[in-house]
Design a protein around this ligand. Structure first.
Ligand code: G4P
Length: 525
């Protein structure tokens, strides 16, 4: 198959949701349709149960699972689908943000009873930054929930994106009868069954008398009324607008009952984008270029302390990746060959000889790679660094064993390369500050420093509200700001200026008092 055909048939995406909305269940059902698994219940949840927060060994065990489920590839018809899994636990949200840089589109799962929740809102912000096309799946229609029109309004206002329903539910909860597929003009009746696909009634249009026969006259009349309203309120579905990230098609269903999932998948493969060009510092790289290029978006450490090896996940951006071919590691300038790259098909990890744009290959690594590294066939290309987001929790990290300061340095450096958390160095007192999105990461760092590097650390409290990256076109204004706030200035690992605001009020005052300074909450600006 020609390179362009391989590219055109690939769909690389992530499913994101607030915990418990049904991400794992939906992923599993998609794999069932793709024949990648044969029974429901085969996909282990990658989420870390709340009860496990105090039990690090348990977390470790659970994290082990996520290597296998990090990427799930399967064929569906003519399409090659790559689902990138994201950690369910919000303390690992930074990992999710980075995964979103490696996908071409996303499916957002929303619980019909709960609507848009905090984590969904945050993840959507990341999608919006990159104009990632999104499809929304409103889940759990078999349970009592909110009115679908209310849900649509909430999606628009909370996720700040226009929506366009492509399927419509007939009642919800106990009275749920099925969905009308607006995209294909068909009617799917609901039969609560966790393994089987629902029944489809062939109809010509919503006015077909078979609709009344199937769902009863009252519900048929309500359906027609709803559809009329939808057609009146929402413009026709515009695929180009979806691809630009301006409008999100919405589907309704029940992942647990495998209902509405096939409709979602069939529409998804048709409308979702194939691998897109990637922007590098030098130029835009198109997937169908001959030269190979890719970047590392995730590093998964081996939790076994006796084998400190990792797997670096490389997203292929252009050309064909071949096993044992020499590729240039741009950051170090070294030529590297990979004898055992792995791909992830149907839940199995196996060595691959070649892979194409949109695919992810796992490369066994012993410390060569950093998050964001670029590999190419030779051309000097540097894909733009993956964004860091302003962390939410901060602690000073101190050495608790003076005999092991070298080990501590090395451990901190490598864990930061892996993207476990962010390091800032306060310019005033030289102390190191670790910023995370959740408490769990501090535990992870302490545990790994001890078990993998033989170093001991101690956490000391620091009262910080936000760390934000600052810049200004006016060098004088920047210098004045840094001088005035010298106690609160730090640098990140790339040497960029970071302002440490100890309260929301202080940050706002700084923004008011220094209009020439730009404050950024993500390192990508
Ligand atoms: P997550 O990955 O987004 O965190 O969610 P997950 O799929 O684990 O689903 C969370 C819970 O919601 C699970 O129940 C799951 O069975 C249930 N669920 C998912 N889809 C539907 C649906 O369409 N209808 C209904 N009624 N429930 C749904 P649990 O009790 O937490 O876990 P489990 O013991 O069933 O695995």
């Amino acid at each position: 198959m020609a390179l362009s055909d391989e590219i055109a048939r690939r769909r690389t995406f992530a499913i994101i949701s607030h915990p418990d909305a049904g991400k794992t269940t939906l992923t599993e059902k998609l794999l069932l349709f793709g024949g990648a698994i044969h029974i429901a219940g085969a996909v282990k949840s990658n989420k870390i149960k709340k009860t496990a927060t105090s039990d690090w060994m348990e977390i470790e065990k659970q994290r082990g699972i996520s290597v296998a489920t990090s990427v799930m590839g399967f064929n569906y018809g003519d399409y090659k689908i790559n689902i990138l899994d994201t950690p369910g636990h919000q303390d690992f949200a930074e990992d999710t943000y980075r995964t979103l840089t490696a996908v071409d589109s996303v499916i957002i799962v929303v619980d019909v009873a709960k609507g848009v929740e905090r984590q969904t809102r945050k993840l959507m912000e990341v999608c919006r930054m990159r104009n990632t096309p999104v499809i929304i799946f409103v889940n759990k229609l078999d349970r009592e929930g909110r009115d679908p029109f209310d849900i649509l309004d909430e999606l628009e206002s909370e996720l700040k994106i226009s929506v366009r329903p492509l399927s419509w539910p007939i009642n919800i909860g106990e009275k749920f009868k099925g969905v009308y597929n607006i995209y294909e003009h068909s009617l799917d009746l609901f039969t609560p069954d966790k393994q089987r696909v629902s029944e489809r009634v062939e109809i010509d249009s919503v006015d077909d008398p078979r609709v009344d026969e199937s769902v009863g006259e009252t519900d048929a009349a309500k359906l027609r009324e709803d559809l009329e309203l939808i057609e009146g309120v929402y413009p026709e579905f515009d695929r180009e607008a979806y691809l630009r990230g301006e409008v999100a098609p919405v589907f309704f269903g029940s992942a647990l009952n495998t209902f509405g999932v096939k409709e979602l998948l069939d529409c998804f493969v048709e409308i979702a984008p194939a691998p897109k060009p990637t922007t590098a510092e030098e130029r835009v790289v198109k997937p169908d270029e001959e030269g190979f290029s890719g970047f590392v978006f995730k590093i998964h450490a081996n939790m076994d302390p006796n084998h400190r090896s990792c797997i670096a996940f490389v997203k292929i951006c252009s050309g064909k990746f071949e096993r044992n071919a020499p590729y240039k590691h741009m950051r170090t300038g070294k030529m590297l060959k990979f004898a055992a790259p792995t791909a992830f098909m149907a839940q199995k990890k196996s060595i691959v000889d070649e892979a194409y744009p949109g695919d992810i290959v796992g490369i066994p690594d012993t410390g060569n790679f950093k998050i964001g590294d670029t590999l190419t066939s030779g051309e000097a290309i540097h894909f733009k660094g993956l964004p860091s987001f302003s962390p939410e929790m901060f602690k000073y990290i101190e050495n608790a064993d003076p005999m092991k300061s070298k080990q501590l340095e090395k451990g901190i450096q490598q864990l930061m390369d892996e993207g476990v958390a962010q390091l800032f160095v306060n310019q005033f007192n030289g102390r190191k500050i670790i910023g995370t999105v959740g408490q769990l990461q501090f535990e992870v760092i302490q545990y790994r420093l001890e078990h993998e590097y033989g170093a001991q650390c101690r956490w000391e409290p620091i009262s910080l509200y936000k760390a934000c990256w600052i810049e200004s076109e006016d060098a004088e204004a920047l210098a004045a700001f840094k001088k005035r706030k010298y106690q609160f200035m730090a640098v990140d690992r790339e040497g960029r200026d970071v302002f440490l605001a100890d309260s929301g009020y202080v940050l706002q005052m700084a923004q008011n008092d220094f209009p020439k300074i730009k404050f950024h909450f993500s390192s990508e600006f």
